[in-house]
Design a protein around this ligand. Structure first.
Ligand code: SF4
Ligand code: SF4
Length: 230
């Protein structure tokens, strides 16, 4: 799940300067769970903008705002979106990008949230970063705990010298990622993996923007293009 936090309202108001009518997009997936882009937050944003003289002409909360087809459906069926001076999106950066791609080029699309990290969800309202999407996964050797993400120093080959009573010297409220990896591997009878040296991360693997094309143009599966299945 993508974690988001609310931007300062004054930044959104500054971006809307000179505009009168606004359409709002929320997101019924990650942003709803983060309490940043669900029905309640859309209502709050509507009230905040109305109070400051804007006319909120409508709102949508697609199931997933990063899904182009869902956003397109709203643009197709709700004519008030295109007529709005600006669109404010209460979703992650991928959601904002999706709306911006569907909107006509002359329509400003303003993000209302900051996207912070990809999280595992312990339970509602408790989110932890477990993967930094490096593109070169080492979890096969580390018992499912990512040192690249969960060790603040990103150490890939065992702990630093700062571990104190099993706790991290940087984030003193959290157990050292490498102590957790060691303990879990020990339980699994796979401690030999601690000795398997991991090379430095190949940052070229994560060069942005990344894409995966499983279907359609450029995927290699369309007729007459690319590599075909034998
Ligand atoms: S090594 Fe860590 S950051 Fe990289 S893909 Fe695996 S879990 Fe994600
Ligand atoms: S104490 Fe452990 S988790 Fe913290 S920085 Fe050192 S190795 Fe990383």
């Amino acid at each position: 799940m993508i974690i988001t936090k609310k931007k300062d309202l004054k930044d959104i108001l500054a971006a809307l300067e000179g505009k009168k009518t606004v359409y709002l997009f929320g997101c019924d997936s990650c942003a709803e769970q983060c309490a940043t882009g669900g029905e309640k937050e859309i209502k709050e944003m509507t009230a905040a903008l109305t109070e400051r003289g804007f006319e909120v002409v409508g709102s949508s909360i697609p199931e997933e705002t990063c899904y182009r087809q869902l956003v397109l459906k709203d643009y197709k069926h709700k004519k008030e979106i295109e007529s709005a001076d600006a669109v404010v999106v209460l979703a992650c950066g991928a959601g904002v990008r999706t709306v911006a791609d569907v909107a006509k080029e002359s329509q400003p699309v303003i993000p209302a949230l900051d996207s912070t990290f990809l999280a595992t969800v312990e339970r509602v309202g408790r989110f932890f970063e477990g993967c930094a999407l490096c593109g070169e996964c080492v979890l096969i050797d580390t018992a499912g705990i990512c040192p690249h993400t969960e060790c603040p120093k990103g150490l890939l080959n065992g702990p630093c010298g700062g571990v104190a009573d099993g706790m991290c010297e940087v984030d003193v409220t959290s157990p050292c990622a490498w102590v957790r990896i060691y303990n879990r591997l020990k339980e699994q009878g796979r401690l030999h993996l601690m000795k398997r040296r991991k090379p430095p991360k190949d940052n070229s693997v994560g060069v942005r923007p990344r894409k995966t094309l499983l279907r359609g143009e450029g995927s290699g599966h369309e007729a007459g293009h690319g590599r075909k299945k034998q």
